[in-house]
Design a protein. Structure first.
Length: 231
């Protein structure tokens, strides 16, 4: 318990034991995922699964700091090695592939899913699976100086929040590393609160703009026509 002596006063030894017995699946080991994996491992989450089929490229290192010196290596494997160095007392498993309909069932083996992908398709696959299997999902997305976070626990879900999803462009999303840091840290806070039974951003979308330093919350409700919630 010495490793966690600075956070135990906040959650008690019982709370720390809950974290150490919990499991979290992180989908995407990029900018958001790098932050999420780091702080969940630091907090003592007992098991962390990491899904990513991409390989590390030089331009990733501007924000994906956990992959230092690993250019050319699969991101899930690189992230797993980072966690093993950071906190050897926890279990970590790498899934070196892109998440899709055929493999999303791995999420059944985890208490919480953290959605850190850079595309709508993966978010929707995760949302639908998690809602239908009663698995909490913490969503995060970023663009430039801006970011958003919400926690899906049943209904309302991600499809209730956005009724349509525009076709994504092929070009890379412009982003600063510190935007990832803010959004990813908030995702971690939501995960810990879910695991400890605290109030989370259910039915609430937290948005921020670091240019103006504005943070605001938008409440959203279940869409009666949502194909996922009504199922």
């Amino acid at each position: 318990m010495d490793r966690y002596v600075r956070q135990i006063p906040l959650i008690g030894e019982e709370g720390q034991e809950k974290l150490m017995k919990s499991s979290v699946l992180v989908v995407g080991a990029g900018g958001l995922g790098s932050v999420v994996v780091t702080y969940l491992a630091s907090a003592g989450i007992g098991k962390i699964g990491i899904v990513d089929g991409d390989v590390v490229e030089e331009h990733n290192l501007q924000r994906q700091f956990i992959h230092a010196n690993n250019v050319g290596k699969n991101k899930a494997v690189s992230a797993m090695e980072f966690v093993e160095r950071l906190n050897p007392d926890i279990e970590v498993e790498a899934y070196p592939f892109h998440l899709n309909e055929s493999n999303v069932a791995i999420a059944k083996h985890y208490d919480v899913v953290v959605a850190c992908p850079d595309n709508f398709e993966t978010r929707l696959i995760l949302n639908d699976f998690c809602v239908r299997n009663n698995i909490p999902m913490v969503h995060g997305a970023i663009y430039g100086f801006e970011g958003e976070i919400t926690t899906i626990k049943g209904s309302p879900c991600y499809r209730c929040l956005y009724s349509s999803f525009p076709k994504q462009k092929e070009r890379a999303t412009p982003i600063f590393g510190f935007t990832c840091g803010v959004a990813g840290s908030i995702q971690c806070a939501e995960v810990v609160k879910v695991l400890l039974g605290m109030e989370v951003l259910k039915g609430k979308l937290l948005r921020f703009d670091l240019r103006s330093m504005e943070f605001f919350t938008i409440e959203y409700e279940r869409n009666p026509n949502c194909p996922t919630c009504k199922g």
